[in-house]
Design a binder for this molecule. Sequence first.
Ligand SMILES: [Fe+2]
Ligand SMILES: [Fe+2]
Length: 174
Amino acid sequence: MAKSDSIEAILDFAIENEIEACKFYTDLAAKVDNPAMNPVRDKASEMPDGRQRRPVSNGMKQVFLDFAAEEQGHRKLLEDAKKGKTVKIGGEKIADLKIAEYAVDVKPTANMDYQAALILAMKKEKAAFALYTDLAAAAQEPAAKQLFQFLARQEAKHKLRFELEYDDVILKDN
Ligand SMILES: [Fe+2]
Ligand SMILES: [Fe+2]
């Protein structure tokens, strides 16, 4: 799907991303207690490139669960908007919205370490923020604008939370 030729295609793309995000955070929440995510700081837990695997901060399990629930809510909002045909965007602006520009090609893997998972989470949130910001600008109806502005704010909040966690666990006291 290289071209976003209709608002339905864009909403389907956004809905698919929300489903993926919900699953990603649900899976992460389930994994944060695993030893692989909470390594002892020793030689044995070094990555092949010499970097230390970093443990997950306290409270992050709940953050992942909360965000999974929020992504689930976003999916519902978008599905309702699609069903109700409440989002109207002019043809010229639709042509400007290129789905590929908001796509994150990396997929989560089962043995992904915490650093890689946080990087992917930040990328996904950044892409979602950009998509909703541009949709808010393009949407004609005030209600649709507000919906996308709300979603953009939520994704910005998610991104910021992961940036703080990244600073805490990856960048500090290496
Ligand atoms: Fe979302
Ligand atoms: Fe998000």
